[in-house]
Design a protein around this ligand. Structure first.
Ligand SMILES: N[C@@H](CCC(=O)NCCCC(=O)O)C(=O)O
Length: 260
C-alpha cells in the first residue's frame, strides 16, 4: 500500500495524432521517474494551451515536470525563420508549456525541465535555440542514432562540466558527469534570467537554473529519467525535485490550515 500523502507532480503531455484522433500523452519513463526517484504521485497535464487556467491548474499540483518530446519547439516562438514544412511541431504543447512555466515560477511551484522541456523553458523566458545543432561546425553530434536499440540511444554520449558551486553540482555532488544526448535543437541565446549549470565539451549549454526562483527551477538537456534508479547522479536530481515538491505541498497545507 503506497503512502497516501505524497506530493503530486503534473507531467505535461504532447498532443500526438494516433490514427484519426489527437491524443494527449507522455512517456512512461517520466511517470516512473516521478514515482520511483522523486517519490511523488504523477498526473498528466493535457496540452490544451489557451483553454487552461494555469493558476487554477497549479493549485492541483506540488510540482511540474516538462518532459522530452520528438517534436521541435516552433522557431516562430523565438522570432526565427519558420521551420521547414516537414518539421514535427506541437503548437499546443508549446503554448501550454509557456503558460505553465511562467505561472509555476510566479507561484513558486517546483519545475523540472527535460530535453524539450529544457528548450521550452529557455524560449519561455526570451531565449532562443539553434534549430539544427549538427549544421553548426562548432558543435559535436547531439542527436541519437535511431537505428540503434533504445539502450544504446540513451547510453552516455558525452561529458558535461557542472558549474562550480552551482545548484546542480551541489545536488549531484559532482563537478562533471557523463550524460546521454538525444536532441536536434539546442540553446543559442540563453534567456537573461537563467544561469548556466552545465556545459558540454563543445560549449553548448546543457543545464540551467532560474535565477532567484522561489522554489526548485532547474532544466537539463539530457534524459535523467532514463533508467534513473541505475544512475545515482540523475536519481539525486529527481530526489531533490521530489523534496522541493514535498516542501510546496507542506506550505500549501499550512496555508489551508491557517486560512480555513
Ligand atoms: N525535439 C527536440 C527535443 C528532443 C527530445 O526531447 N528527445 C527525446 C524524445 C523521446 C523521449 O521523450 O525520450 C530536439 O530534437 O531537440
Amino acid at each position: 500500500m503506497s503512502e497516501i500523502n505524497l506530493p503530486v507532480v503534473g507531467i505535461l503531455c504532447d498532443l500526438e495524432q494516433v490514427g484519426p484522433h489527437p491524443f494527449h500523452m507522455s512517456g512512461n519513463k517520466y511517470v516512473q521517474a516521478v514515482i520511483q526517484a522523486a517519490n511523488c504521485v504523477p498526473i498528466l497535464i493535457p496540452a490544451i494551451a489557451g483553454q487552461t487556467n494555469f493558476k487554477q491548474l497549479l493549485t492541483l499540483v506540488d510540482g511540474v515536470l516538462l518532459p522530452g518530446g520528438y517534436s521541435m519547439v516552433d522557431p516562430l516562438n523565438y522570432q526565427a525563420a519558420a521551420a521547414p514544412h516537414e518539421t514535427k511541431l506541437d503548437i499546443a504543447r508549446d503554448q501550454t508549456s509557456f503558460g505553465l512555466i511562467k505561472q509555476a515560477i510566479e507561484c513558486g511551484v517546483p519545475i523540472l525541465g527535460i530535453c524539450r522541456g529544457f528548450q521550452e523553458m529557455n524560449v519561455a523566458f526570451g531565449g532562443s535555440l539553434h534549430q539544427k545543432l549538427h549544421e553548426h561546425e562548432m558543435y559535436q553530434e547531439h542527436r541519437e542514432n535511431k537505428d540503434l536499440i533504445l539502450a544504446e540511444q540513451y547510453a552516455d554520449s558525452h561529458k558535461v562540466t557542472l558549474t562550480p558551486a552551482g545548484q546542480l553540482s551541489k545536488i549531484m555532488d559532482a563537478q562533471a558527469i557523463n550524460v546521454n544526448s538525444l536532441h536536434t535543437q539546442g540553446v543559442d541565446k540563453l534567456a537573461d534570467n537563467l544561469s548556466v549549470e552545465a556545459v558540454s565539451e563543445d560549449g553548448l549549454c546543457e543545464a540551467f537554473s532560474v535565477v532567484n526562483a522561489k522554489a526548485f527551477a532547474l532544466a537539463v538537456q539530457w534524459h535523467p529519467e532514463w533508467q534513473v534508479m541505475d544512475n545515482n547522479k540523475n536519481a539525486k536530481l529527481f530526489a531533490a525535485f521530489g523534496r522541493a515538491c514535498k516542501v510546496k505541498q507542506s506550505a500549501k497545507q499550512t496555508m489551508r490550515n491557517n486560512h480555513g
